[in-house]
Design a protein around this ligand. Structure first.
Ligand code: NAP
Length: 258
C-alpha cells in the first residue's frame, strides 16, 4: 500500500485527532500497520487509551494523549508530547469532530450551537495545523490530512453550521496547501460520505429505520467503513500521492454525485 523512501512508514510519526473512535481510530490503526509510530489524541477516555492498546497489540508503537482540539494549550502540549516520545512529526490527521445536536433552518439556528460546531469542526483544524506545521518543517517534508465531509461539497438542509464548518475545512486546506507546498508539506482533505461509526449511530438513532434512510441516500446501497477513509488518508500521506496538493478527496459511495 502506501510507501515512503523506505518502502513503508517505519521511522515516521503520525498524529491523529479524534482517535478514540470511528474514522480516527481506524486511521490510527492503519498508520500503525504501515509501521508508523502513532500519537492518538482525543477528549474521550478511556477509549483513546484503548486505541493505543490496540496499536500495541498489533506490535506497533503508540501513545495516547488527552487533547481537546479547541484548546490551543492542549494541542501544543499534545504535540510537545509527540516530539518527546518519538522525536519528530511527519503526518497529521486532523479529524476530531462532532455532529449537530439537531437540525434547524438558518434563521432559527441557535448561536451557541453554531459556535460549538464551528469551534470543534473548523477552528480546531486551524489550531492543529498552526502547531503541527512548524514541527513538520523541521523534517523538511510531511503531509497533513483534514477531515471535511460530503457537507463540505454540498449544502445540508437544516445544518448551516456543520455545512459551513466542513466547507471551511476545504478552504483552509487549500490555503495551507499553497502556503507550504514549496516547503514539501502537502495538505489535503478527505470528504467522507455516510460512514458506519458511533457518530453515525447517534445520527440514525441506531435504529434499522434510521440506518435504512441513510443507506437509501448512498448509490452503492451501503454505508462506508471507517477503514475505507483510513486507506485514503494513509495513501494521501504516501509518496504515491506526491503530486496531490490541496485536494478534497470525496469518499462517499457516490452520495454527492447525484
Ligand atoms: P466519532 O465516532 O464520534 O469520533 C469522533 C471522535 O472525536 C470522538 O472520540 C470524539 O469524542 C472526539 N472529539 C469530539 N470533540 C473533540 C474535541 N474537542 N477534541 C478532541 N476530540 C474530540 O466520529 P466519526 O464518525 O469517526 O467522525 C470523525 C470525523 O469525520 C468528524 O470530523 C466528522 O465530522 C467526520 N465525518 C464523519 C462522517 C460519518 O458518516 N461518520 C461523515 C463525514 C464526515 P466524544 O465521543 O467524547 O465526543
Amino acid at each position: 500500500m502506501a510507501t515512503n523512501e523506505n518502502g513503508n512508514y517505519r521511522g515516521k510519526v503520525a498524529f491523529v485527532t479524534g482517535a478514540a473512535s470511528g474514522i480516527g481510530r481506524a486511521t490510527a490503526l492503519a498508520f500503525a500497520r504501515e509501521g508508523a509510530s502513532v500519537v492518538v489524541a482525543d477528549v474521550s477516555e478511556p477509549s483513546n487509551q484503548e486505541t493505543a492498546r490496540m496499536i500495541e497489540e498489533l506490535g506497533g508503537r503508540a501513545i495516547a494523549v488527552r487533547c481537546d482540539v479547541t484548546r490551543a494549550e492542549d494541542v501544543k502540549a499534545a504535540l510537545d508530547k509527540t516530539v518527546e516520545a518519538f522525536g519528530r512529526l511527519d503526518f497529521a490527521f486532523n479529524n476530531a469532530g462532532i455532529e449537530p445536536k439537531k437540525a434547524a433552518p438558518t434563521a432559527e439556528y441557535e448561536e451557541e450551537e453554531w459556535n460549538r460546531i464551528i469551534d470543534i469542526n473548523l477552528r480546531s483544524v486551524f489550531l492543529c495545523m498552526k502547531h503541527e506545521i512548524p514541527l513538520i518543517l523541521k523534517q523538511g517534508r510531511g503531509a497533513i490530512v483534514n477531515t471535511s465531509s460530503g457537507a463540505g461539497i454540498i449544502g445540508i438542509k437544516g445544518s448551516p453550521a456543520y455545512t459551513a464548518a466542513k466547507h471551511g475545512v476545504i478552504g483552509l486546506t487549500k490555503a495551507a496547501a499553497l502556503d507550504y507546498a514549496a516547503q514539501n508539506i502537502r495538505v489535503n482533505a478527505v470528504c467522507p460520505g455516510y460512514i458506519d461509526t458511533p457518530m453515525m449511530g447517534r445520527f440514525t438513532g441506531g435504529t434499522d429505520e434510521g440506518r435504512a434512510k441513510v443507506i437509501a441516500e448512498e448509490p452503492v446501497g451501503r454505508m462506508g467503513k471507517p477503514e475505507e477513509i483510513a486507506a485514503a488518508v494513509v495513501w494521501l500521506c504516501s509518496d504515491a500521492a506526491a503530486f496531490v496538493v490541496g485536494h478534497a478527496m470525496v469518499i462517499d459511495g457516490g452520495q454527492t454525485v447525484q
